[in-house]
Design a protein around this ligand. Structure first.
Ligand code: DAH
Length: 339
């Protein structure tokens, strides 16, 4: 068994050997020689019982300190080696990393998905209908007067006298009622088409979410208001209220336009709501008896409301998008901000 002094010399020389090691292999060799399974330190630990009992504590302490010092030096060496890692040939560590394009859900899709989810909680299912519609579903059954200006070729894309690109999602109301008996409770998100000149707030192709609830039990304007109030809070945040203003739609009576509290100023008045504190979001009303007649429902026996809202409008105010055209250009610099 070596003396305490010899042990301290070995301690010093192990650190010197490590200090002198310039390669990973050389450091590894020092580690194996002193700390490896057959290394010097474990061997000395095994020989402890040969040390005279009086010297054992001092010897054990020195051995422990040596091991700790060597391990610490090895760790420091490894860290330094990593920090100074010479670039691998042909690999420039100063180059920027490779950019991986990451997709986002388009704000229009996001509003649609969120709205469907909110209405689902109130018992609405999602209905679907085609973009190409009949004049009957898009106008006639919705009680639109025969020569109403909205049917004009300057407003509607016609294929022929009976077929058109739907100007609203309301024809899905007709399809739903023709195929189902009350109660019906549906929402329908979808594309609409109008001969509008594109500007910051208009597009010839936009999206609406239609809603229809018809039951044989009484349904009132108050139900409509509470439903839209729930939707407003869930979609735009707490503290958002709804306001009804009298309006006219051929397929509802009475008809209203629906405003939400401006989510930016919370009703105080700001630039976004043009100082009114309110933002127009939807059209709505109690389904007109003439519509029930067109789909074969008995107007005396059913009650119902309908609403239709603009998806782009909601997306624009929710995400602060100043121009509707941003939603269609698919410019990655815009879309990537919509997280
Ligand atoms: N279809 C209407 C539009 O495009 C919106 C609308 C108003 C839908 C009232 C409705 C409704 O279902 O009840 O302007």
């Amino acid at each position: 068994m070596m003396t305490l002094q010899e042990l301290q010399q070995e301690h010093a020389s192990s650190l010197a050997a490590l200090e002198a090691a310039t390669t990973q292999e050389a450091s590894d060799a020092v580690r194996i020689r002193y700390l490896g399974r057959n290394g010097l330190i474990p061997a000395l630990v095994k020989q402890m019982k040969e040390v005279p009992p009086a010297d054992r504590p001092a010897f054990g302490k020195a051995l422990g300190e040596w091991r700790a010092a060597l391990e610490k030096a090895l760790a420091a060496k490894a860290e330094a080696a990593q920090a100074n890692a010479a670039p691998v040939a042909g690999f420039d560590v100063t180059l920027p990393g490779r950019w991986r394009a990451e997709g986002v859900i388009h704000p229009v899709s996001r509003v649609i998905e969120e709205a469907a989810e909110i209405f689902h909680r109130l018992g609405f299912t999602v209905a679907d209908g085609p973009d190409i519609e009949t004049k009957f579903n898009n106008f006639t059954a919705l009680n639109t007067a025969p020569h109403h200006p909205s049917m004009d070729a300057s407003d509607t894309f016609w294929f022929d006298a009976e077929t058109l690109l739907r100007t609203q999602t309301s024809p899905v109301q007709i399809r739903t009622m023709l195929e189902n008996q009350p109660p019906v409770r549906i929402v329908n998100p979808g594309r609409c088409y109008r001969r509008d000149t594109t500007d910051a707030t208009h597009s010839a192709n936009f999206h609406q979410i239609e809603g229809l609830y018809v039951d044989t039990r009484p349904v009132s304007l108050a139900d409509l208001k509470s439903t839209l109030g729930y939707f407003a809070r869930e979609m735009m945040g707490p503290g958002i209220g709804v306001r009804f203003r009298p309006h006219f739609f051929p397929f509802t009576e009475p008809s209203v336009e629906v405003d939400f509290t401006c989510h930016v100023c919370k009703g105080k008045g700001c630039r976004v709501c043009k100082n009114s504190g309110w933002i127009e979001i939807a059209g709505a009303g109690m389904v007109d008896p003439r519509v029930y007649e067109h789909v074969g429902y008995d107007p005396e026996k059913v009650y119902g409301y309908a609403f239709g809202m603009g998806v782009e409008r909601i997306a624009m105010i929710k995400y602060g998008i100043p121009d509707i055209r941003f939603l269609y250009e698919n410019d990655i610099r815009f879309l990537s901000q919509m997280r």
